[in-house]
Design a protein around this ligand. Structure first.
Ligand SMILES: Nc1nc2c(ncn2[C@@H]2O[C@H](COP(=O)(O)OP(=O)(O)OP(=O)(O)O)[C@@H](O)[C@H]2O)c(=O)[nH]1
Ligand SMILES: [Mg+2]
Ligand SMILES: [Zn+2]
Length: 354
């Protein structure tokens, strides 16, 4: 009897729908959207609060994510392996991992240590997967600055990648610091500094270092002191080497010298939060090939891309994207040579990717 009714119900719902045009999200009423949001919020609340009683909670910080359900956490002076409740999985659709190096967490230590709550992050350095889903990949959380580590050579300096990092840092309220490493391999440092002066003039901190000669290392140390920093950049740029140079007892694994011309070798395989002996923390991260931004931030791009916003006064259209429009202040600046064409092309590449 019941089965029959179920069948009927199913049948009724099984209507063929063809040629339905889904309207733009903007056309939905606020009510429809807030209904959805309410459901989402309910789910989040459910995940945030544990139903268990008699928890003995202690605050800790995630040093390393070992798997989706296991992390190394620092609680006081202790480092403990903690598990992460399956409950968290229900509320996580948008990020690749549930937790990240740098997260502050509350851990129930009444039994085997178990993460019960992830404290709201003040910020994250996140990139997004290249596919249509644009899944968020959190590189690190709760940090002050990102040390955008690039080598002058081996691998080749890539200013486009630096631009992407700067945009991501601005979106997430993180201070970008540009570090050009391996300057011992530079023929003319003046030429490199001329390139860097574009960023310097815009107020960005740029630092030239060599792990080989020690140049710039003390300047870098001053910048890192008492702050939480994440080192990120291409594989082989020298992130782990710089960190070892600053504090040799960390003994991070770095590539062999003979592996110089390697491609796609990732020596560091997991992000790891570590403590400086001169104050502050650092996150060493695995190298990345490219840094994907999220399409939801497309509108923001023209306001945050290095050096563009001051040129927009002369744009004819208030919503000029500085790409196909006529009478564009940015294009004019490129034409008269006051804005570098290479940076403009980098802007267009990012715009197109979104
Ligand atoms: N000549 C020169 N070589 C360097 C310098 N810094 C690092 N290297 C070399 O560059 C190679 C890569 O260094 P790593 O520190 O492993 O690079 P990484 O950025 O941590 O790489 P991943 O962990 O794969 O992301 C090693 O062979 C280092 O010895 C430098 O300032 N000058
Ligand atoms: Mg490394
Ligand atoms: Zn314009």
């Amino acid at each position: 009897m019941n089965k029959k009714r179920d069948k009927k119900k199913f049948k009724r719902k099984n209507i063929k729908i063809t040629n339905v045009e889904l309207g733009d999200i903007d056309h939905y009423t606020d009510d429809e959207i807030s209904e959805e949001k309410r459901a989402e919020k309910k789910l989040v609340e459910k995940g945030r609060i544990s139903g268990k009683r008699n928890l003995k909670l202690e605050r800790g910080r995630i040093l390393e994510v070992r798997s989706n359900y296991k992390c190394l956490v620092k609680i006081g002076d202790e480092e403990l392996i903690c598990t992460l409740g399956g409950r968290f999985k229900q509320v996580n659709y948008e990020t690749k991992g549930i937790v990240a190096a740098g997260d502050y967490v509350n851990i129930d230590v009444s039994g085997d240590p178990r993460i019960e709550e992830i404290i709201d992050r003040t910020n994250t350095l996140s990139r997004f997967s290249d596919n249509d889903f644009q899944i968020e990949i959190i590189i690190a959380s709760n940090i002050h600055q990102v040390i955008i580590t690039s080598s002058y050579k081996d691998p080749q300096l890539n200013l486009g990648l630096i631009d992407r990092y700067i945009c991501a840092a601005k979106i997430n309220n993180i201070t970008p610091v540009i570090c050009i490493n391996k300057i011992d391999l530079v023929e003319s440092l003046d030429d490199v500094k001329l390139m860097g002066s574009f960023y310097e003039k815009l107020g960005f901190k740029i630092i030239y270092t060599s792990v080989e000669t020690g140049e710039g290392i003390e300047e870098l140390r001053e910048l890192l002191k008492d702050k939480d920093s994440v080192f990120s950049g291409h594989s082989g740029a020298g992130k782990s080497s710089l960190i070892n140079k600053l504090q040799p007892d960390l003994k991070l694994r770095t590539a062999e010298i003979s592996d110089y011309h390697r491609k796609g070798v990732h020596t560091t395989t997991r992000s790891r939060l570590l403590e400086w002996d001169f104050g502050g923390y650092l996150v060493d991260t695995p190298g990345i090939k490219t840094f994907g931004l999220h399409r939801k931030d497309k509108e923001k791009l023209k306001g945050i891309f290095p050096g563009l916003s001051v040129l927009t006064g002369e744009c004819k259209f208030f919503n000029c994207t500085h790409s196909h429009e006529i009478k564009c202040g940015v294009k004019k600046a490129v034409e008269n040579g006051s804005y570098p064409i290479a940076r403009y092309e980098s802007y267009l590449r990012i715009l197109e990717s979104l």
